[in-house]
Design a protein around this ligand. Structure first.
Ligand code: NIG
Ligand code: FE
Length: 418
């Protein structure tokens, strides 16, 4: 067998080998590390993983790309499983209010926050939206990301803007090597027009928007911002069940700010992931553990909301909840594409070990997107999505925080960032 690409002499080759499913509890202590590792790829797929040299049956020729992995940590390509990638504008104008202690929900209730980005995204042309999102996508790639989830939700009742966002995500997925998986999130805020009668908007989402998004095949998942003053538990349940009826699996922004029972709802519905969970109840976490619902934690958002509250990752791990970690990249609650910073926050603030952290941005993130059979770990037969970091071990890159440790990124066997 001939190798098209080989990375050799890898200080720390982190394979995350094991079953193709979200890992939890003590399983996440073993990251399948190989010291002095070597990995060979043929075309899009991995053909060999081991220590030292290649076995005789793997041939190398003059066209084989050889990467010297000395001084590096090599991991599965990182996966950002919760972002609001496609949006226009920015919200640095809210910084002053935030510093004066005005809360996220107060800014939103006063017509700012998400509503402000809705306005910019409605006004942006398709090309402007594409260009701004492309810039962010390139930045994500530079941090080692090979797959990203992208939500709509900045059109809300302006359905053509929701469609515009989803189509830009689709086009970027077609044009860019990083894979983009789309989520429909029309239920992101209650539009001004429906403030007095949110049920009317819920009705439109369920009866008009979801069937149309499904018909156009624009989203794999359906998500809802289940929060005080946004969508209630009952409304979220109905929206997510409608999404499921049309083939979109359920995700939920759950218990981000107020303890509403979002974690419990995620367990009840069997959501593929429940995201945020900063204010999740103990009962909710226990129910998620029973059903093995993936907790997608977003510590960058906690940091940026300045409330001092972070999701209780240690309790979740202790109870056996599988944990994914994401940026939540968006212009309001987490304006950063830097997944490595999120990994550091997860460790330094939420007390997750480097082993637990790397599961959260690889196999568990893949499972949160339903792609764990193809990516998320480095094993023979899986897709060769690989990140090479300028760091002799994983702990170093988590400890040396806020910088970009990426050296090389490989997508489907091809070098796409160097
Ligand atoms: O995940 N909470 C709702 N949605 C995003 C924020 C979006 C925004 O503020 O623009 C979040 O935090
Ligand atoms: Fe979000």
């Amino acid at each position: 067998m001939r190798a098209s690409l080989v990375i050799k002499n890898i200080d720390s080759l982190i394979t995350i080998r094991g079953e193709n499913r979200a890992r939890y509890g003590s399983e996440t202590r073993d990251m399948g590390e190989i010291k002095n590792g070597i990995i060979a790829v043929d075309g899009e797929r991995i053909i060999y993983i081991g220590e030292g040299d290649l076995p005789a049956e793997i041939e190398i020729d003059k066209d084989t790309e050889i990467i010297d992995g000395r001084g590096t940590t090599v991991t599965p390509g990182l996966i950002d499983s919760h972002t609001h990638l496609v949006h226009a504008g920015s919200r640095e104008n809210e910084l002053d209010m935030k510093l004066k202690g005005v809360s996220y929900l107060e800014i939103m209730a006063a017509g700012g926050g998400i509503h402000s980005t809705v306005k910019s995204t409605r006004e942006a042309s398709r090309d402007e939206l594409y260009d701004q999102s492309l810039k962010s996508l390139n930045r994500m790639l530079s941090y080692g990301i090979t797959t990203v989830e992208a939500k709509s939700g900045y059109g809300i009742d302006d359905f053509s803007t929701e469609i515009k966002q989803l189509e830009v995500a689709r086009d970027l997925n077609r044009d860019h090597p990083v894979d983009i998986i789309s989520t429909f999130m029309g239920a992101h805020a209650i539009p001004e027009k429906y403030k007095e009668n949110p049920e009317e908007f819920v009705h439109i989402i369920i009866n008009d928007m979801i069937p149309e998004v499904a018909k156009r095949n624009l989203a794999k998942f359906c998500d809802v911002f289940c929060e005080e003053g946004v969508f209630t538990i009952d409304q979220s349940r109905r929206i997510l069940l409608a999404g499921r009826k049309y083939g979109m699996e359920a995700k939920i922004h759950a218990d981000e700010i107020k303890t509403l029972g979002g974690a419990e709802l995620a367990a009840e519905l069997g959501c593929i992931s429940a995201d945020h969970l900063i204010a999740a109840s103990d009962r909710g976490i226990e129910k998620m553990a029973e059903k093995k619902i993936i907790a997608n934690l977003l510590p960058g958002t906690s940091f940026n909301l300045q409330t001092g509250h972070f999701a209780n990752a240690r309790k979740m791990i202790q109870l056996g909840v599988p944990i994914a970690l994401s940026t939540d990249y968006n212009p309001g609650s987490c304006p950063t594409e830097n997944i490595q910073l999120i990994m550091s926050f997860a460790s330094l603030i939420m007390k997750m070990t480097p082993e637990e952290v790397i599961h959260g941005v690889t196999i568990n993130a893949a499972a949160a997107l339903g792609i764990e059979k193809e990516v998320g770990s480095l094993e023979v037969g899986k897709i060769a999505d690989i990140a090479v970091f300028d760091s002799e071990n994983l702990a170093y890159m988590i400890y040396h925080f806020g910088i970009n440790n990426t050296k090389t990124v490989i997508k489907k066997g091809k070098i796409i960032y160097n």
